[in-house]
Design a protein. Sequence first.
Length: 92
Amino acid sequence: MKYDFKKSFDRSVKNLSEDAKIDIKKLAFEIIDLLSTGKKPAKGVGLTRLRKDYWEARITIRERIIFRLSNDYIQFILAGNHEDIKRFLKRI
């Protein structure tokens, strides 16, 4: 499984607190592991298909990741809260 962190993802993580950055990083690598091995997500991690190949993963209400999954390629697009995700979805 190949993966990539887009510049938009890096920018969105840069504005978060240190604790949130650590949580987001753990979540991103857990997503890669889940999708490459087929394991079940840990309790508390929610995966939701939003549109076509766009997915959301969340640890808490405040910490969410948007990623795009196509074939064996994951593109991490945005990290943020519920409002950030809503704004992103309006643009696509």
